[in-house]
Design a protein around this ligand. Structure first.
Ligand SMILES: [Zn+2]
Length: 308
């Protein structure tokens, strides 16, 4: 068994306004990075279209229909100052959900050792009833619910190392003790949530990092907060909200990680998955806006996943 990679050309057709950081070139940079003989053994699979009904696992129908109605025939439709829709955004979003759900299917069926999904749009800022922060639907939350509803998982952990707090994921699982949400993120920074004091029903673990900190603080947050929480929770599946915008090159934040930190954190979560979830680990791309930083970081992350 090896690591599976899901991606799809439709992800390049979710267009954002000129100069927007969340752009199709991000996926082209990842594709180039993984087009190297070091990744020859990656099991590359075209992402399937998602089942629309699974969006309702995390979002109410009225909200879903409202997003669908706003998709433009041409040009752009604006959801907010950061978040836009283009004509192919619905298909891209549904295929991002399809890949996340398929990744869950794979790790429960034993089709792959673990899975990385390189998709757009990202998901972790999407709250139950609000699309925001470049995100339309919450891919990680839908995938977690899919694991519970369709694979009998009792407890799912979502670990989010994107530099921004995943307010959407926290919102969706705020009062749900069956899903653990752990996040390291810069604070203060968009979206403004993610204080240590936000703990849900004991299932939310926020580890904010001060601007201009780096590897030491990040690893300490993992060692002292995230990994012990995973050990207490003993999840049946770990989902990573894998944003790479805490990389020192990233233009949207001031945390100074390197690809070595993503390699390390990946290894820690793989060890945790080995202890608790029969190695079931699914990683979903979130942010990461410097194309070189993103490419180096994804390469380190996927190499580590492939080491099994
Ligand atoms: Zn981010």
């Amino acid at each position: 068994m090896t690591t599976r990679l899901y991606t799809h050309p439709i992800y390049l057709e979710h267009l954002t306004t000129p100069g927007h950081p969340e752009r199709p070139d991000r996926l082209r940079a990842i594709e180039r990075a993984l087009d190297d003989e070091a990744f020859e053994m990656l099991d590359r699979v075209e992402a399937p279209m998602g089942d629309e009904r699974t969006i309702l696992y995390a979002h109410p129908e009225g909200f879903v229909e409202n997003v669908r109605r706003q998709v433009p025939v041409e040009g752009f439709a604006r959801i907010d100052g950061d978040t836009t829709l283009s004509p192919k955004s619905w298909q891209a979003a549904l295929t991002a959900i399809g890949a996340a759900n398929a990744a869950v299917d794979d790790v429960f069926a034993g089709n792959a050792a673990n899975v990385f999904v390189a998709s757009r749009p990202p998901g972790h800022h999407a709250e139950k009833t609000t699309a925001m922060g470049f995100c339309l639907f919450n891919n990680a939350a839908i995938a977690a619910r899919h694991a519970q509803r369709d694979h009998g998982a009792e407890r799912v952990a979502i670990v989010d190392w994107d530099v921004h707090h995943g307010n959407g994921t926290q919102d969706i699982f705020w009062d749900d003790p069956t899903v653990l949400y752990c996040s390291t993120h810069q604070m203060p920074l968009f979206p403004g949530t993610g204080a240590k004091s936000e703990t849900g029903v004991g299932n939310i673990v926020n580890a904010p990092l001060a601007p201009d900190t780096g590897s030491d603080h990040f690893r300490e947050a993992f060692r002292s907060r995230v990994l012990p929480a995973l050990d207490r929770f003993a999840p049946d599946l770990i989902i990573i909200s894998a944003g790479f915008d805490a990389h020192h090159r990233d233009p949207l934040a001031e945390i100074n990680l390197t690809e070595a930190d993503f390699d390390w954190a990946t290894g820690q979560l793989m060890d945790s998955a080995a202890r608790h979830s029969s190695n079931r680990l699914v990683s979903l791309l979130e942010g990461g806006y410097d194309l070189h930083g993103l490419a180096f970081s994804v390469a380190a992350h996927v190499s580590r996943l492939m080491k099994g």
